[in-house]
Structure formats: structure tokens, C-alpha cells
Design a protein around this ligand. Structure first.
Ligand code: ZN
Length: 133
């Protein structure tokens, strides 16, 4: 069982939370100009990172607030909790899992519809996260 430190409520059991997918996926600058494939890539294509991965989480049975979490997808180690719209913190290099020949990739992929890659840029405008008020 994962103990998730909600930034508003403190440590709570993972059953109180809902996973919200990959964080920092930029909304297209001109969505009307995208073709069907580009729009589908924005909607459905996400990174499949082995190691530190920025995710959105909702404390659905607690404060009902969204937040971002930097979590290692191999060890489940929670490396950082930060507010929606904040920049992705740099993961601890000592905590990184050595890459191997598996399926994970840290390279920017075809989901990028703007000028920057969603998981590597620290200067892009944060995407509308939907649940922030
Ligand atoms: Zn909470």
C-alpha cells in the first residue's frame, strides 16, 4: 500500500486518491489547426517512463485538490509533491534507475505538438490541468 503525502492533508492511504495521468502535457497552441492524428496524439499518447515520472493526482476522498507527484515507476518511491502549474522538480540522480534495453524512453516523442517536449521543458506554459480553480 502506498502512503501518499497530500500537500494539504498530510500522509494518506493511496485508496483516497485517483491517478490523473501524466503531468505537464501542454495543450496545443492552435488546436483547430491540428489534424486528426495530431489531436489523437495529444489526447492519448503519453510517455511510458521507467524511472522518475511526473503524474497528476487527485485527493478524491479528502480535500478534493489536484497536485503533481514525481514518482519512480520502478520503486514507487515518491520523490516530490508539488502544486499544479509548478515546474517539474529535478529528480535525485542518485535515485535514478540505470536505463537498460527495456521499453522505456526518455526521448521526446511524437506527442509533442508545440515547440517543446512535454516532459523535458521547464519553460513552457503549463497545460490547463482541468481541475485547478
Ligand atoms: Zn488532501
Amino acid at each position: 500500500m502506498l502512503l501518499i503525502p497530500c500537500p494539504h492533508c498530510g500522509p494518506r492511504d493511496e485508496t483516497e486518491f485517483h491517478y490523473g495521468g501524466q503531468a505537464h502535457v501542454p495543450y496545443p497552441k492552435n488546436p483547430a489547426e491540428l489534424d486528426d492524428r495530431q489531436w489523437a496524439e495529444f489526447l492519448f499518447y503519453r510517455d511510458n517512463t521507467k524511472g522518475a515520472f511526473a503524474e497528476r493526482w487527485l485527493h478524491s476522498t479528502g480535500c478534493r485538490q489536484w497536485f503533481n507527484m514525481l514518482r519512480d515507476t520502478v520503486t514507487y518511491d515518491i520523490q516530490a509533491i508539488y502544486q499544479m502549474g509548478a515546474l517539474r522538480p529535478t529528480p535525485d540522480p542518485a535515485a535514478q534507475v540505470a536505463p537498460d534495453s527495456g521499453t522505456a524512453s526518455t526521448a521526446p516523442d511524437s506527442t509533442t505538438t508545440g515547440d517543446t517536449a512535454p516532459s523535458t521543458s521547464s519553460t513552457s506554459t503549463p497545460a490547463p490541468e482541468g481541475a485547478t480553480t
